[in-house]
Write a protein that binds this ligand. Structure first.
Ligand SMILES: [Zn+2]
Length: 123
């Protein structure tokens, strides 16, 4: 139990120290809110890491992988109805009806579109 506590306390000390170092480096890099030149930044980085900054970065960002959830769960009918209920009513400028649609997706407008496309299909 004591060993675990010691391990944790050391980690916290290290994190605290690291935070101080990072803060100091940040203050050097962004002194007075002005970003110093690339050469200066490189010098600070070299001092910070104790190594020369690489001329070329060969590490490429990894491909995006999603491992959690199916990501494509369709909302149930109950969920859809609840969502509609919570939405504020708005008046449709096309049919002057109060509901959950507007002139852009008016039911009557849709019907007209459907009839037109059906007529076109017949010709
Ligand atoms: Zn409408």
């Amino acid at each position: 139990m004591l060993g675990l506590y010691q391990a944790v306390s050391v980690d916290i000390d290290q994190i605290h120290e690291l935070t101080l170092i990072v803060r100091e480096a940040r203050q050097q890099i962004f002194a007075d809110g002005v970003v110093t030149s690339t050469a200066q930044k490189k010098k600070i980085m070299e001092e910070f890491y104790g190594a020369e900054a690489p001329q070329e970065v060969e590490v490429q960002p990894p491909e995006v992988v999603s491992t959690k959830g199916s990501g494509s769960r369709l909302p149930s009918r109950v969920e859809k109805a609840l969502k509609l209920k919570n939405k504020p009513m708005r008046q449709c400028k096309k049919c002057q009806e109060w509901g959950h649609h507007d002139s852009r997706n008016c039911d009557k407008f849709k019907e007209k579109e459907m009839m037109r496309s059906r007529r076109n299909a017949d010709v």
